[in-house]
Ligand binder design. Structure first.
Ligand code: ADE
Length: 223
């Protein structure tokens, strides 16, 4: 998989991709992540990438020319499955969207800033608009990191035990059951006996019952 991220602040995204699992995925060649500084496609010597909105109002608008030039150049080099705009007015990211995107080859992420992008960039290039939740961030960069993380961890070979992605919360619309490790008793709190029983059919049954109970309690909307 290849992800191209277009941003005015690529440095904001350096550390998540230089650390731990995402770094290892890149080192192993399972994913390539390329950052593109939008100012490199600016059309004047001030490297301007935003301008005032037609019709007036507060805030600046990301200009069409640098975005169109950048996206068009990328598209001339390879085919992209999706050009995704990170914006609070997109569809809310969930596990199903991450699953669907994890089987694609080439993705572009466009990080929004200011009041947003000229509508014509959406009309011309954007195939999906994704929000990471009903709140507004200073820009799309952190949302792009969240989206990339949710996708990359699903790529075969990224997690050591591939099973562990399949048993995540949300993979079957249930939250995860409680988990425990040693010691068996801590400050009087005991590990449920069933987990020590060695009866794996019973353990699976218990885990499912707990997952349903916890989902009912915390996120009944998922059921
Ligand atoms: N940009 C600003 N806020 C955002 C959000 N909640 N999701 C995606 N991109 C954003």
């Amino acid at each position: 998989m290849r992800i191209d991220i277009i941003s005015v602040l690529p440095e904001l995204m350096e550390s998540p991709f230089q650390t731990s699992i995402l770094r290892r995925a890149m080192d192993k060649g399972l994913v390539e992540v390329h950052f593109h500084h939008l100012r490199d496609w600016a059309i004047n010597k001030h490297r301007q990438i935003d301008d005032e909105p037609y019709g007036g109002g507060a805030g600046m608008v990301m200009m069409i020319e640098p975005l169109d030039k950048c996206i068009s150049e990328l598209k001339s080099q390879r085919e992209y499955d999706e050009v995704i705009y990170l914006t609070p007015d997109g569809i809310t990211l969930n596990q199903k969207i991450a699953n669907t995107l994890s089987i694609k080859n080439n993705l572009i992420f466009l990080c929004g800033h200011y009041k947003g992008i000229d509508q014509r960039v959406r009309d011309l290039h954007i195939t999906k608009e994704i929000s990471i939740g009903d709140y507004v961030l200073t820009g799309g960069e952190l949302a792009a990191c969240v989206l990339a993380d949710s996708i990359i961890r699903l790529l075969p070979g990224v997690l050591n035990d591939e099973q562990s992605a399949l048993t995540d919360s949300f993979q079957d619309d249930l939250l995860s059951p409680p988990i425990y490790t040693r010691p068996e008793v801590y400050k009087g709190l005991e590990v449920p006996k069933v987990l020590l029983s060695g009866n794996f059919a019973r353990i699976e049954e218990w885990r499912h019952e707990e997952a349903v109970r916890i989902t009912q309690e915390k996120r009944p909307d998922l059921l």
